[in-house]
Design a protein around this ligand. Structure first.
Ligand SMILES: C[S@@+](CC[C@H](N)C(=O)[O-])C[C@H]1O[C@@H](n2cnc3c(N)ncnc32)[C@H](O)[C@@H]1O
Length: 398
């Protein structure tokens, strides 16, 4: 029997057993629980709840019937206010612990939609369709996912009519009208008649190849007054309400009359959003996303943004563009040494760092603080009910 004292950065309840720290899935601070050990390492133990002996007063009933088994959401047993408090404390703790300077941390910007916010979902398929269970590759079959867009949820009963023996994964991307369905399979052909009525496009994916077999090439996402065409393999933010709030903050930092280098630019969405009275160069490594970005400039009638297909870290050592401001929005792994070195060399007056991983954000900030003052960090709740948090940080040249 152990008492939970805290929540880890990936939302595991923390307790102590025989002098070791124990991480317990879906346990909350002040729960008293009986556990089963899943894995014992030299310094820590991973465990699951056998029985809750005394419930924490933080506990709420999960609105999702799959929560106990599914590996998708982590925090559905916590009220939204407490999720926000957890995310704020998490960002503060990481910064206190790892950043070698004190900085201002703003309140977490909330999501207007706590449920049905995801516009992209990947279902795991192996005879049945669902998500991986917590810490396993066993599929938990589902009929609906509480955080996914209703259009995606409504598609599930049709997706289940496909021959699931031949399918590894199905990804759905949606906007308020359309549904793009991407089926990962080893087959060259698949009978998809049962989903044609609900899909605006259907792709088959073999390895890294995408073959359009029905409907439109793109899905179109809208942020504020801008439209963005998105290919099946291009990145796009998954919660558009919070995305717009994040982009507003970036736009406020960017201001006007600046040369802006938008690194890791995806479909050009940030560059296009902040283009007014600025000149923007985007850099992106994914060819499809670059193609989308070029189309997006045309459909949004934007002629002061350009995009190149390069490795962001490497190419900027010899680009013919002198940025006043550099925006970076890298994957979870953060910036590599080469990118940081080249950003410092370009000597912009401002760096705007967008991050979906506060640990790598802080690691990278430590490399920039000799040359830059950190103005502030703002966390955004892009991923309600999960432990993930998006942050934007503004740095000014010393
Ligand atoms: C988190 S997404 C951000 C995209 C975009 N800023 C947005 O808001 O939609 C990161 C992007 O970086 C791209 N990427 C990953 N490694 C890269 C690299 N070394 N150089 C350039 N782009 C890269 C990915 O393809 C992806 O589009």
């Amino acid at each position: 029997m152990i008492e939970i004292t805290d929540l880890s950065h990936n939302a595991k309840g923390i307790g102590r057993l025989n002098g070791k720290i124990v991480f317990i899935d879906k346990a909350l601070p002040k729960d008293i629980v009986e556990i089963s050990v899943i894995k014992e390492k030299k310094n820590y133990i991973e465990a699951k709840i056998n029985r809750i002996i005394k419930e924490s007063n933080l506990r709420v009933e999960s609105p999702c019937i799959y929560f106990d088994k599914c590996g998708g959401c982590d925090l559905l047993n916590l009220s939204y206010e407490n999720q926000i408090k957890y995310k704020y404390d998490k960002v503060c703790n990481i910064i206190d612990k790892y950043l070698s300077t004190k900085i201002k941390i703003n309140d977490v910007v909330k999501s207007s939609n706590v449920f049905n916010y995801r516009n992209k979902v990947t279902f795991q398929v192996n005879k049945k369709l669902g998500f991986y269970g917590e810490g396993s590759y066993d599929i938990v079959e589902i009929d609906k996912c509480i955080i996914s867009d209703e259009k995606i949820n409504n598609s599930i009963k049709f997706l289940k009519k496909l021959d699931l023996n031949d399918i590894n994964k199905i990804t759905c991307r949606t906007n308020s009208n359309d549904l793009m369905i991407i089926i990962e399979t080893s087959k060259n052909e698949l009978n998809v008649d049962c989903i044609k009525n609900i899909a605006s496009s259907i792709y088959l994916k073999h390895g890294n190849e995408y073959k359009l077999i029905y409907g439109d090439e793109y899905i179109t996402e809208t942020i504020d007054k801008f439209k963005y065409l998105v290919s099946p393999d291009s990145f796009f933010q998954i919660n558009l309400d919070v995305c717009e709030k994040l982009y507003d903050k970036i736009k406020e930092y960017v201001g006007i009359n600046n040369n802006v280098l938008d690194l890791y630019c995806g479909t050009g969405s940030i560059g296009i959003f902040v283009n007014d009275k600025n000149k923007v160069l985007g850099v992106e490594i994914n060819k499809s996303a670059v193609r989308d970005a070029k189309k997006n400039m045309i459909i949004n009638k934007v002629d002061n943004v350009n995009v190149i297909c390069e490795d962001s870290g490497k190419c900027i050592s010899n680009i013919d563009f002198k940025p006043d401001i550099i925006i970076v929005d890298p994957p979870r792994t953060g910036l590599d040494g080469c990118a940081i070195k080249n950003i410092i060399k370009l000597n912009p007056k401002k760096i705007i760092y967008v991050s979906c991983n506060p640990i790598t954000l802080v690691r990278d900030l430590n490399c920039l603080i000799n040359n830059y003052d950190i103005k502030e960090i703002t966390p955004f709740d892009m991923f309600p009910n999960t432990y993930h948090v998006e942050c934007v940080c503004c740095l000014n040249k010393k």
